[in-house]
Ligand binder design. Structure first.
Ligand code: DAT
Length: 176
């Protein structure tokens, strides 16, 4: 029995996942699990794609590597995909969304190669991550939040924190 929920924060690169996860981890004590860092640090990849400047993730290795931790609960998973994580691990899926003009500026500031920038802009416009979440998890646990401004971020954080409080009331306090 978990005493804390597991949350996925997903969305197109540049949408604000890491910024949200870091603040949430600070405020709630849940652990920020940056899949990007894990893939690099634990070698869960089949090499580096030079054109796209990103690691080619070995999903089986990644899942094996995080399974024992995540099953204990209390993780905020930060990754631009969500369909690989087993449904039974996950209590809430947050899909962050951003206006494409803002996303363009954020990715440009990161010096993304043109092909990668364009692919990510298309992905945001076509709602790829939202659809992936809907294809992989029950509608009741998916929440779509806007991440255009710092005010948006503040209200998103408040909303997720209050959801965590409610989860604990429903799943922990009632059972003691
Ligand atoms: P991701 O982890 O999804 O790639 P990030 O957290 O690194 O995104 O954010 C990318 C950049 O955009 C970073 O400079 C912070 C900024 N940013 C993210 N969310 C924002 C928001 N809601 N308001 C203003 N700036 C934001």
């Amino acid at each position: 029995m978990k005493s804390q929920p597991n949350i996925i924060v997903t969305g197109t690169p540049g949408v604000g996942k890491t910024t949200h996860c870091e603040t949430l981890a600070q405020n709630t004590g849940l652990k920020h699990l940056s899949i990007n860092d894990i893939v690099k640090e634990r070698g869960c990849h089949d090499g580096y794609d030079e054109e796209f400047k990103s690691w080619i993730v070995d999903e089986d290795k990644l899942l094996d590597s995080i399974e024992d931790e995540v099953k204990q609960g209390g993780y905020i998973i930060d990754w631009h995909a969500c369909d690989l994580f087993p449904k039974s691990w996950i209590d809430l899926v947050v899909v962050l969304r951003v206006d494409s003009t803002l996303l363009y500026d954020r990715l440009k500031a990161r010096d993304y190669p043109e092909a990668k920038l364009q692919e990510n802009l298309d992905s945001e416009i076509m709602e790829v991550l939202l659809q992936e979440a809907r294809d992989s998890y029950d509608e009741e646990i998916i929440v779509e939040l806007t991440s255009n401004t710092s005010d948006d971020m503040e209200s998103n954080i408040e909303r997720i924190e209050s959801w965590i409080g409610q989860w604990k009331k429903n799943n922990v306090e009632g059972t003691q």
